[in-house]
Design a protein around this ligand. Structure first.
Ligand SMILES: [Fe+2]
Ligand SMILES: [Fe+2]
Length: 226
């Protein structure tokens, strides 16, 4: 099965909690009910696609010629690439235990289109501002997966919590970088609304799968201004 986005030519190391999760659960078969399996098998391709796309964002930025004052951010970006690689591995590990949905190609194509549309923005600062908004929403998805139907000690819930911790750091890094590149703060709110609307549309195509896991997607977007 072709990935949504090819892998980046870089293998990083980070102290992501997901690295430890992989260490702990790599050989464990996770226990899900049949309908949870069906639901997750539809949501994981979306999430994996996001992890792959994010690796390119931060990898490209780590390779770009940056002003001296911003060069120290390069290490942060490489660390983020590594985090995302662990996220991708872990989510793919879960996915490998489930049957692929029949329309997996269509699901992937939808997500690919969503992430590629983010890349088509005009400036680097706007791009990173978008990533900050998007990762904040990913944090919320992870939070709601944690609070959803699965047992709080379920390994998948532990994975979501670990990913959430990393994503919160990515939000801060992306936001700082956007501002350092000159992003106008007064535009955050409008941008956040725009990204929320786009993501809502994407997630809405898998509304039933979210419901199955105990998530009403509107809740993810409740505090749009935050
Ligand atoms: Fe991630
Ligand atoms: Fe991220």
């Amino acid at each position: 099965m072709k990935p949504c986005f090819p892998s980046v030519p870089f293998e990083g190391v980070s102290e992501s909690p997901v690295k430890y999760w992989l260490h702990e659960y790599r050989d464990t078969t996770l226990d899900f009910t049949g309908s949870q399996k069906t639901a997750l098998s539809r949501l994981l391709p979306l999430l994996v696609c996001g992890e792959q796309s994010s690796q390119w964002v931060f990898y490209n930025e780590s390779q770009r010629e940056l002003p001296e004052s911003l060069a120290s951010a390069r290490d942060d970006f490489e660390r983020i690439v590594a985090d995302e690689q662990y996220h991708e591995d872990a989510l793919e590990l879960v996915q490998s235990q489930l049957e692929l949905p029949e329309d997996v190609v269509a699901i992937k194509r939808r997500s690919q289109r969503f992430f590629a549309s983010l890349g088509s923005r005009k400036t680097f600062e706007e791009y990173f501002a978008q990533i900050a908004c998007l990762d904040a929403l990913v944090c919320k998805i992870m939070l709601y997966l944690e609070k959803g139907r699965l047992d709080p000690h379920h390994p998948f819930v532990l994975l979501c919590r670990s990913i959430k911790q990393d994503e919160a750091r990515h939000v801060t890094a992306a936001r700082q970088h956007a501002l350092a590149l000159g992003y106008d703060r007064s535009e955050w709110k409008a941008l956040n609304t725009l990204i929320s609307e786009k993501l809502y549309k994407l997630l809405n195509s898998e509304r039933e799968a979210f419901e199955e896991l105990g998530i009403t997607i509107e809740h993810i977007f409740d505090s749009r201004g935050s």
